[in-house]
Design a protein around this ligand. Structure first.
Ligand code: 5GP
Ligand code: ZN
Length: 114
């Protein structure tokens, strides 16, 4: 397999601004933020994306979503609101084939995103 940039970030072989870490997930600041708060939450284990998820990943996905509660509090968007986004495939513009949740906030977000 080609080197996966997010596996490298999780293993700390590539530098990133990590804002949360536990045994299952890592969260770090997006290198090209689309909002004042733009954090990526990834599983430490390589999963290519939503379409690669299996039943056994249920708990991990639930955990990734729950972690966003604390991050939203830490980055002061818990009350004013935030958005969780997962891009899947070319039409959604998925650029990195390692599952990641975008946590976006800190400004009024447009809907629909376009
Ligand atoms: P996607 O389009 O796949 O949903 O989102 C990939 C995201 O990863 C993009 O928002 C992009 O800015 C971010 N990204 C890509 N490479 C790196 C990197 O090396 N470091 C960090 N921190 N973010 C990255
Ligand atoms: Zn990976």
């Amino acid at each position: 397999m080609e080197k996966c940039i997010f596996c490298e970030i999780a293993a700390k072989r590539i530098e990133s601004q990590i804002v949360y870490e536990d045994e299952k997930v890592v969260a770090f600041k997006d290198i090209h933020p689309q909002a004042p708060v733009h954090i990526l939450i990834i599983p430490k284990k390589h999963i290519a994306g939503v379409t690669s998820l299996e039943e056994a990943d249920n708990e991990l996905i639930g955990h990734m979503v729950l972690v966003t509660q604390q991050l939203a509090k830490d980055f002061s968007v818990y009350q004013c609101g935030f958005r969780l986004v997962v891009n899947s495939g070319p039409d959604a513009g998925q650029a990195v084939n390692h599952l990641h949740l975008h946590l976006l906030g800190g400004r009024r977000l447009k809907w629909p995103p376009g």
